[in-house]
Design a protein around this ligand. Structure first.
Ligand code: HPA
Ligand code: ZN
Length: 324
């Protein structure tokens, strides 16, 4: 569908490349690489996508990622995503990848990054899209493991724009990664962290005060804390909100009660993104379309969301000016 929501130029800032693994590709790569997955068919994979919370999703997401083994697999995964994103009006993307999900299975860091970088070259050539890579630390693992990942990234630092923090939020507060975030910043990387998706507003505050992030992923739970909302608004902190993900993982009861307009009305720099679109049934334009319909967003509010995506991106002033 080409409509206003897919036509409006936007930046995708919250997208896990492993979360773009469509069931068809999961099954095909499982066969190509002779990796057994716990599903016999594409239909069985789809039927498994009924989640009750973040962890129930993560279990399937990590199981699915096991089919990714060769440089070519990472290339094909990302190339398919960039084609879809271009059709959705994405002109700039900053995508997360989870190196530890792969290195823990014996896949070298370089294999993952080489595959992604070659797809990024293709996206530039085919769609004129600019892409930044964000290496995301898995918060269910310890900080030492994150440091080992930062060491592995050393030869590739100039090809990364930043680091992120994802996986199981509850019980794994931002402060657990204080030192590795400081070390990442010293290496010139920008910082973001998932916070306030399932975890409390205090995790959002900790991401700001202890990790000193440049951007908050999700952040919904800040709404429980009016002082924090006022601070986020004052500091023009970008919150990368993912409506279909929020509903799929039951962090928001339904799109009809999604707080996106409440966030905008509170002066928050909220933006809309897709998180893990192969699992949550919609790429970025569908996230815009669905939440706009459910919440009756005005055209002006949709324009604000798209504009916020560029304001929150890790772009040079010159590149930003070209998008506004
Ligand atoms: N939250 C935390 N970790 C993740 C997510 C998410 O939405 N998607 C992929 N890893
Ligand atoms: Zn996410």
């Amino acid at each position: 569908m080409t409509d206003f929501f897919s036509a409006i130029p936007k930046a995708e800032l919250h997208l896990h490349i492993e979360g773009t693994l469509e069931p068809e590709m999961m099954v095909a790569l499982g066969q190509r690489n002779r990796v057994a997955i716990p599903f016999a068919s594409v239909e069985e994979v789809r039927a498994a996508y009924r989640f009750t919370d973040l962890q129930s999703f993560l279990d399937i997401y990590y199981a699915g990622a096991a089919v990714l083994r060769e440089e070519e697999d990472f290339h094909d995964l990302a190339a398919a995503y960039f084609d879809r994103a271009a059709a959705d009006g994405v002109v700039h993307a900053e995508i997360f990848f989870d190196p530890q999900t792969h290195t823990h299975r014996g896949i070298p860091f370089a294999v993952v990054v080489r595959g992604l970088l070659s797809a990024i070259e293709g996206a530039k050539a085919r769609h004129g899209m600019t892409v930044g890579l964000i290496m995301s630390y898995l918060r269910h693992l310890d900080e030492e493991d994150a440091f080992a990942t930062l060491d592995q990234a050393e030869p590739w630092l100039d090809r990364l724009v930043g680091v992120g923090l994802d996986s199981s939020e509850l019980g794994n507060p931002p402060a657990k990664f204080a030192r590795v975030f400081a070390a990442s910043r010293e290496r010139g990387l920008r910082l973001c962290a998932h916070a306030g998706e399932e975890g409390p507003a205090d995790y959002v505050r900790e991401a700001l005060d202890v990790l000193r992030v440049d951007r908050i992923d999700h952040g919904n739970r800040c709404l429980d804390d009016p002082l924090l909302v006022a601070r986020l608004a004052r500091e023009a902190m970008t919150l990368t909100v993912c409506p279909l993900s929020n509903v799929a993982l039951r962090n928001v009861a339904s799109l009809d009660v999604h707080p996106i307009d409440r966030m905008l009305n509170a002066g928050l720099r909220a933006t809309v993104h897709s998180d893990d679109p192969a699992y949550f049934d919609g790429y970025v334009a569908e996230n815009y379309r669905a939440v706009a319909a459910a919440r009756g967003l005005s055209r002006e509010q949709v324009v604000t969301l798209a504009r916020n995506s560029f304001l929150g991106a890790f772009l040079s002033d010159e590149a930003l000016a070209g998008h506004l």
